[in-house]
Design a protein around this ligand. Structure first.
Ligand SMILES: Cc1cc2nc3c(=O)[nH]c(=O)nc-3n(C[C@H](O)[C@H](O)[C@H](O)COP(=O)(O)O)c2cc1C
Length: 328
């Protein structure tokens, strides 16, 4: 085993994408139990906050992880070298396997300050942050987009990142301006791999954007030979997205997964109360596409606690709709 877990991964590897307000310790465990990825990323964590006592305290929930989540990478945003040095030491002490720098977030309050996707316009700062993140000895990776506005920017931007000796480069195959609207530019994958071979043969390339399942990822791997696949929204459509052999999953299985989500939520919020967040955005992952699903979701949206959710589910399980699901 090396200090760089990326080198020990079997290829192709599959990563659960970082998703703000979604991929906390609770949801990562739900996905791990449904069908586990090979690598986990935390939610978006602010390096500047980590450098201040109050801010650092506020990050406890975001950075909470458990030993069974391995390897797990701390996904960090910011633009100050000293903050990246601090947080790099901090997450190493916490047992993180790696540190990942966000260079792709298009949110206006991040971008306009030259952070996240704003770094695609600040080549020198991007390089300095990578060097700073390396101080603890953790392997450093970057998650980015093709560039700011024009697709052709990728040549310079991706080349620049590859010259910084990083362990893994995850590329969401769209520009910042394209947000999630345009089709991902899969046609550029061969060129990105050629740049890697020329400039940084040791850097792994992970591809991201509209890849919904492991099976979709396999097609990319077969066609292009990428090292890694990152899946984000695919888990909303199908929480079993990382399953190696795709199976049909019944509605009852999905309802049971929601129950598991509730238990995990109660467990981890009892350890770290700052993790508490509304669960409403998750209901549509589990409750969909069956007779009575819409009304059930409407009822669930009115709940305030996990026990309220359990009570609504118990009522549904006594209904004819549920009997129909069982007999399906
Ligand atoms: C709700 C949500 C939150 C996201 N938060 C982050 C984030 O914090 N950091 C990041 O790099 N990307 C974030 N993303 C982008 C995803 O990681 C991913 O790059 C994007 O959704 C494209 O991949 P997909 O088509 O597999 O979802 C987020 C996406 C969604 C839908």
């Amino acid at each position: 085993m090396s200090n760089n877990f990326w080198k020990d991964l079997e290829k192709p590897f599959y990563i659960l994408a970082p998703m703000e307000d979604v991929t906390d310790i609770v949801f990562r465990h739900v996905i791990a139990e449904a069908a586990a990825p090979d690598v986990y990323f935390t939610e978006f964590t602010n390096a500047a906050s980590y450098s201040h006592a109050v801010g650092k305290e506020a990050l406890r929930g975001r950075l909470l992880k458990s030993d069974d989540e391995h390897p797990i990478v701390a996904h960090i945003w910011g633009d100050e070298v000293s903050d990246f040095e601090n947080i790099s030491h901090g997450v190493k002490e916490m047992g993180y396997a790696g540190i990942d720098i966000n260079m792709g977030c298009p949110a206006p309050n991040v971008f306009k300050h030259g952070r996240g996707a704003g770094l695609t316009l600040r080549f020198d700062v991007a390089a300095d942050l990578i060097s700073a993140a390396k101080v603890s000895g953790l392997p450093v990776s970057v998650k980015t987009r093709l560039g700011h506005a024009k697709v052709s920017e990728y040549k310079e931007w991706i080349s620049h990142l590859l010259k910084q000796d990083i362990a893994n480069l995850s590329v969401h195959l769209r520009t910042k301006v394209e947000m999630s609207k345009a089709d991902p530019h899969y046609e550029l994958i061969p060129d990105i791999l050629a740049l890697r071979d020329e400039l940084a043969p040791d850097t792994l390339i992970t591809i991201n954007g509209d890849i919904l399942t492991y099976t979709d990822g396999q097609k990319m791997v077969e066609e292009f030979g990428v090292d890694g696949i990152m899946i984000g929204r695919g888990v909303f459509r199908n929480p079993f997205a990382f399953e190696k052999i795709e199976k049909e999953h019944s509605h009852i299985e999905l309802i049971n997964l929601l129950k598991r989500h509730l238990d995990l939520y109660d467990h981890y919020t009892s350890i770290e109360p700052s993790l508490s967040k509304p669960l409403h955005r998750f209901f549509k992952i589990y409750i969909k596409e069956f007779k009575g699903a819409f009304d059930l979701r409407v009822e669930l949206m009115q709940t305030k606690t996990t026990d309220d959710v359990r009570a609504v589910l118990a009522k549904f399980e006594a209904s004819d709709y549920y009997k129909e699901l069982k007999n399906a």
